[in-house]
Design a binder for this molecule. Sequence first.
Ligand code: ZN
Length: 245
Amino acid sequence: MTEEIRKLADMIRASENIVFFGGAGVSTESGIPDFRSAKGIYSEKWKRDLSPEEIISHSFYERHPEEFWEFYKDKLCYPEAEPNDCHKALAKLEEMGKVKAVVTQNIDGLHQKAGSKKVYELHGSVLRNYCTLCKKFFTLEEVLSAPGVPVCDRCKMPIKPDVVLYEEPLNDDVTEKAIRAISKADMLIIGGTSLVVYPAAGLIRYFRGERLVLVNKSRTQADASADLVIHEPIGEVFREVMSLL
Ligand code: ZN
């Protein structure tokens, strides 16, 4: 891996406007598994296992809030998780003026916890929750400590996490800012994503820069078009590259 790391360090040195685009693989080293790999839950009513994609959907949230919240609290919320070396390196690179934005498909808030300022969360964040009626804000801890379906203490209406569920559109403002950042970048590092989740994965088409890097454990469809491909754990990659910068 040393040769690849050296090349990555050279590319970072040569760049002034780096954007990082990350997915679930960025947080696995912080102990957060990709929820799509979760088993789902068995439904007594339908006598079958429901897939994570079915449960984390808008219609399921509306029709079966108890089961939605049971799965959501158990499989999508990790209040104890800490940033790993990838999150920390990106925050440091932003401080150094290299990284201009982090675009993430993750909803764990770990980039901000590591110190990153410019973070575009395409799928929202479990750290933000709002009453569906009065829009009062609730923390993740408040939501997790509520039994069953969390409700607003003011109006008794259900609380909804600020997370983009399946069947829901992405936030236009966040998407536009992410596209603008990617289209202005001279280097794009894509990490921890298999690039299969659309429309988020389509955002990388806006990249017009010179250096495209992919860091992912397994092969992706974009490998062939990248200037550098590293199939190693992303935390390790960033820890090593930072020691060279
Ligand atoms: Zn309320």
